[in-house]
Ligand binder design. Structure first.
Ligand code: ZN
Length: 325
């Protein structure tokens, strides 16, 4: 994880009336996150396997303001939505990114007038007609100021004007935990399969995709490679019983009595987050509670289809988790 602030990029503190410098060649070039570089390599490999050719190479770094791109934690993947074959492949790609959002760990995505979060869809501030934007920003840690309504900046395509409106301008941004790892194996496999199997039939099906067509990907329907196997309840034993609930958005909670139904608990005992390490291990980070240190549990044999998995804890005894039907 890295944090990039306005000062890092512009060289002075953010001021409401500052004129955004346009010649930004003096600025520090940000680090590009491991996941972005890994994603670029994957996209290049895909071309040889049958992927639709993009309109231009993926783009990483814009300049001139604190954006996901300047933090080095975003990629623009150029498939023009006005072209039916390019749009079809981009839709398939977006669907794949949604299905694998748990392991890929992206924070925000936009394409063809739809904004995507790990849990839902909405309207983007910019329609993103020419490209898929995908980033690994921790949006909860992004700091904004509403003092600047618009600014100019240079990206790879020239001088741009950005209106930030009521949302405000980002003045500090932090990448998320997934930004530091390579693209996980389940995504590599799914992407390569998509490229190898890309056909006229697939293009016809995906070119007319609408917002509702992405619902299945969110719900985990019709996929053997998404997180369906993990989401919901598990019984966990370490000498005492606990009941863990994993949700779509990388969050986990627990309670100490058997859940009465399949729904997420209203008042969990504690909350945490989960993510997959490059090795495939499922890493759960529990918040610290009064009198209780933050706890990390590593489920070393977590894998798609698992109904039992084992973990080591940095604080307590080893755990065994069993899928609660
Ligand atoms: Zn972008």
């Amino acid at each position: 994880m890295i944090t990039v602030t306005w000062r890092d990029l512009v060289g002075s503190e953010y001021e409401p009336d500052m004129v955004q410098p346009v010649d930004l060649t003096h600025l520090r070039v940000p680090m590009i996150c491991t996941i972005c570089l890994s994603m670029q390599n994957l996209m290049i490999r895909g071309l040889a396997l049958g992927a639709e050719k993009p309109n231009q190479p993926p783009q990483f770094v814009g300049k001139g303001a604190v954006t996901a791109h300047n933090v080095g934690a975003a990629i623009d993947i150029f498939y023009d939505a006005g072209n039916s074959s390019k749009r079809a492949f981009a839709n398939a790609l977006v669907e794949l990114f949604i299905r694998h959002r748990g392991s890929l760990g992206w924070g925000w995505m936009a394409y063809n007038s739809i904004a995507f979060t790990p849990t839902s869809m909405g309207a983007p501030d910019d329609p993103h007609i020419s490209h898929i934007h995908i980033d690994w920003v921790n949006h909860a840690l992004t700091r904004r100021s509403s003092a600047l309504a618009s600014f100019q900046y240079i990206d790879g395509m020239g001088l741009q004007t950005k209106n930030v409106g009521a949302q405000g301008q980002d003045v500090a941004m932090t990448t998320n935990a997934a930004s530091d790892r390579a693209v996980p194996n389940d995504v590599v496999e799914a992407y390569e399969a998509l490229c190898k199997g890309w056909s006229a039939e697939a293009a016809t099906r995906y070119q007319n995709y609408q917002r509702k067509d992405f619902d299945d990907a969110y719900a985990g329907v019709a996929s053997g490679t998404d997180l369906d196997w993990l989401l919901g309840w598990w019984t966990v034993w370490d000498g005492n019983y606990y009941y863990y609930y994993f949700d779509h958005a990388g969050r986990v909670v627990y309670i100490e009595t058997r859940p009465p139904n399949r729904l997420a608990p209203a008042s969990p005992h504690n909350r945490g987050t989960y993510a997959f390490a490059p090795s495939g291990q499922l890493v759960v980070n529990w918040n610290a509670l009064p009198g209780l240190a933050a706890t990390v549990e590593t489920f070393y044999n977590a894998r798609p289809g698992a109904t039992q998995m084992n973990a080591n804890s940095n604080q307590y005894s080893p755990l065994v988790a069993t899928r609660l039907a």
